[in-house]
Structure formats: structure tokens, C-alpha cells
Write a protein that binds this ligand. Structure first.
Ligand code: NAP
Ligand code: ZN
Ligand code: ZN
Length: 348
């Protein structure tokens, strides 16, 4: 075991603060990563605040991790000391269910091992990336393209792949009209990626506050959902809508009415409360309502290489560990532009 510095949530209601945690000794296939940067995902906050059920405290969250390999287990073949690497939301899976065998570990039928707040094979609870180091089995570690700096690579490991995967699966590209609901961490990546894929991109945001940014990131159109005229004007328009909103308090029937024939609204936002889906909104235009969970390891590598090739990276605000609690409040207030990234040197 090695003791490393981290920032932990002591409970659902108290601020995060400095602590130390144990990282396991390297197994034959483990790599030790010295973390350079960790992104802040809304899921970190939802987990700690108990939106999806109680968490195991004290808890270190963070599943957007970028760093350097500093040690490898004796049987590691995929990575070497000095490699630039990333870790996202998964650190393992069962490796034997039909979905794992199909290379879709994010849909592991036994549940993939989440990077934090999840029972690990050794009985401990996984602890995430708000920390100086992490130990991860080699095949759940991604290679970071040279072209992407560490601090910009980190958010790709969750926000990037979670939006890339549904856009790729539902064939966003030339000739398709894609709408993105919510211009936050996931939403702004969805805009950039859908634009790079060649789709016509529309942002549906609560207000026009971030309109100039959205158009600058590659959106073709930008509408405020607080204006009822938006729903009339855009009725029956989109082939694909990606909903990134973290709240269930949205007009889901209104959004479904914006889908064209055979269009799909895919939900990646993960509110704690159920979304009420009126079936009649699905009957019209033979619409589909779908969900999507992160992306596989192979697809995450594909996304990283796609982002490097298309010169895509998140818009980030770099912070230190001492700023995390304030940054969380800003995320909750939809005041993130557009991903907070923590300099892991400040955990030391
Ligand atoms: P975020 O940065 O907070 O962005 C969410 C955006 O949604 C906000 O910036 C805001 O954009 C909009 N929004 C927030 N509250 C709203 C409300 N009450 N009504 C309407 N719009 C609202 O969060 P994130 O990190 O992108 O994560 C988004 C969601 O995805 C979270 O629920 C997270 O847990 C989930 N998630 C899911 C997966 C998955 O695998 N499916 C992976 C990662 C994250 P505007 O101001 O532009 O309206
Ligand atoms: Zn996330
Ligand atoms: Zn499995």
C-alpha cells in the first residue's frame, strides 16, 4: 500500500478537504499513474450529494484523470513508465459477460467497476482522481495523444466520450440536424464533436447568456428554451437531440416534439428523479427516447484520436484543490465555462 494525498468529501453536506488515502500495491497488470490534472464532472457532485443514493464516505471523487505512468506491474505490456495516459469512469469490468466480450464494458451486465464509490475486487471502495496518484489495471488506461495537453485531455475522459458515443452511434454527420440541450461540460463537448462530425448543430440552452460562446464552438444555431417560441419554431426539426441536463425539471414532451420522423432523443443527463415521458409525444413521427452510458475503452481511445485529429479540446477553467468547493457551487448554478480542471500538484 502507498499513502497518497487527496481531497475527500467527508459527508453529503460538508465541504471537501485535504486527506490521505491508500492506493494498492501494483498487481501484475497494474500501472501507477501520477495524476497531473483531474476534471470536475457534475456526476462527482451528484454522487457526493446523494442524488442517486447514499455514497460511501469519506469519498474521493473524480473520473476525468490525466497523468503519467510512473511504475508498472511485472506483466504490463500496454504502457511504459513515462507514457502520457488517462483514466475515465471505468477501472475494470467482469470481462466475461456478453457485453464485455463484445467490447462494450460500459454495459457490463454485472456493472463495470466505477472509478469511485464502487466496490473493487479486493473489497475496498474505489477512490477517484481528486488525488496525486491512482493505480489502475492496464487495459482500462487510455493513451493520450501528444497533441492534447494534459489539462485539456482530462475532461475528454468523461465529458468527451459520453457525448462522442451517442453522436457516433446515432450517426451524427453531414446532412443530419443535431440539437444539444444544456451548454455545460458535456454539452459544450457535444457541440464541438457534432460540428467536427459534420452535423448541423443547434444549442438549446436555458438562456442566450452563452450564445456567443456556443456559436464560437461550432454551433450553427442557438436558442433559449425559456422562450416558448423556440418550441414552435423548431417543431419536427432534429434527427438527434442529446440531452445533457442534470435536472428532471425540464419539458421533456416539448423536447420530443422537436424530433423529426424517426428522430431520437438520447438522454445522457442523469437526474436523480425520473423523467416523465408522455407516450403520445413518441407516437408522432415514430420518435425514440434513448439513454447512453459513457463509452467503451476502445471507443474512448477512438474519441481521443478523433479529438487530436480535429483539434478539439474542452474549454477549461484551471483551478487548485482549494477552489473545488466554490467550483462545485458554480457547476450547480450552471455557471461553468465549460469544465473545471484541478491541478493535481495542489493536492500534494
Ligand atoms: P454541467 O456542466 O452542470 O452541465 C449541465 C447543463 O445543463 C448546465 O450547464 C445547463 O446548461 C443545463 N441545466 C442545468 N440545470 C438545468 C435545468 N434545471 N433546466 C434546464 N437546463 C439545465 O453538467 P455535466 O458535467 O455536463 O453533466 C451533465 C449530466 O450528465 C449530469 O447529470 C451528469 O451526472 C450526467 N453524466 C452522465 C454520463 C453518462 O454516462 N450518461 C456521463 C457523465 C455525466 P444551460 O445553462 O446551457 O441551460
Ligand atoms: Zn463524468
Ligand atoms: Zn461484463
Amino acid at each position: 500500500m502507498r499513502t497518497v494525498n487527496a481531497y475527500a468529501a467527508p459527508s453529503a453536506t460538508e465541504p471537501l478537504g485535504p486527506t490521505t488515502i491508500q492506493r494498492r500495491d501494483l498487481g501484475p497488470h497494474d500501472v501507477l499513474i501520477e495524476i497531473a490534472y483531474a476534471g470536475i464532472c457534475h456526476s462527482d457532485i451528484s454522487t457526493v450529494r446523494g442524488d442517486w443514493g447514499p455514497a460511501a464516505f469519506p469519498l474521493v471523487v473524480g473520473h476525468e484523470i490525466a497523468g503519467v505512468v510512473t511504475e508498472v506491474g511485472p506483466e504490463v505490456t500496454l504502457h511504459q513508465v513515462g507514457d502520457r495516459v488517462g483514466v475515465g469512469c471505468m477501472v475494470n469490468s467482469c470481462r466475461e459477460c456478453v457485453n464485455c466480450l463484445a467490447g462494450l464494458e460500459q454495459y457490463c451486465l454485472k456493472g463495470f467497476t466505477q472509478t469511485y464509490n464502487y466496490p473493487d475486487a479486493d473489497g475496498t471502495i474505489t477512490q477517484g482522481g481528486y488525488s496525486t496518484h491512482v493505480v489502475v489495471v492496464e487495459d482500462f488506461v487510455l493513451k493520450l495523444p501528444e497533441a492534447i495537453p494534459f489539462e485539456k485531455a482530462a475532461p475528454l475522459l468523461c465529458a468527451g466520450i459520453t457525448t462522442y458515443s451517442p453522436l457516433a452511434h446515432w450517426n451524427a454527420g453531414p446532412g443530419t440536424k443535431v440539437a444539444v440541450i444544456g451548454m455545460g461540460g458535456l454539452g459544450h463537448m457535444a457541440v464541438k464533436i457534432a460540428h467536427a462530425m459534420g452535423a448541423e448543430v443547434t444549442v438549446l440552452s436555458q438562456s442566450l447568456r452563452k450564445r456567443d460562446d456556443g456559436l464560437g464552438l461550432g454551433a450553427d444555431h442557438y436558442f433559449a428554451t425559456s422562450d416558448p417560441a423556440t418550441f414552435e419554431r423548431l417543431a419536427n426539426t432534429f434527427d438527434l437531440i442529446v440531452n445533457t441536463v442534470s435536472s428532471a425539471d425540464i419539458d421533456i414532451a416539448g423536447y420530443l416534439s422537436l424530433l423529426t420522423l424517426d428522430g431520437t432523443l438520447v438522454n445522457v443527463g442523469a437526474p436523480g428523479e425520473p423523467l416523465p415521458i408522455p407516450v403520445f409525444a413518441l407516437f408522432g413521427n415514430r420518435r425514440s427516447f434513448a439513454g447512453s452510458s459513457i463509452g467503451s475503452i476502445a471507443e474512448t481511445q477512438e474519441m481521443l484520436d478523433f479529438c487530436a485529429k480535429h483539434d478539439i479540446a474542452p474549454e477549461i477553467e484551471l483551478i487548485t484543490a482549494q477552489d473545488i468547493n466554490r467550483a462545485w457551487e458554480r457547476v450547480l448554478a450552471s455557471d461553468v465555462r465549460y469544465r473545471f480542471v484541478i491541478d493535481a500538484a495542489s493536492f500534494a
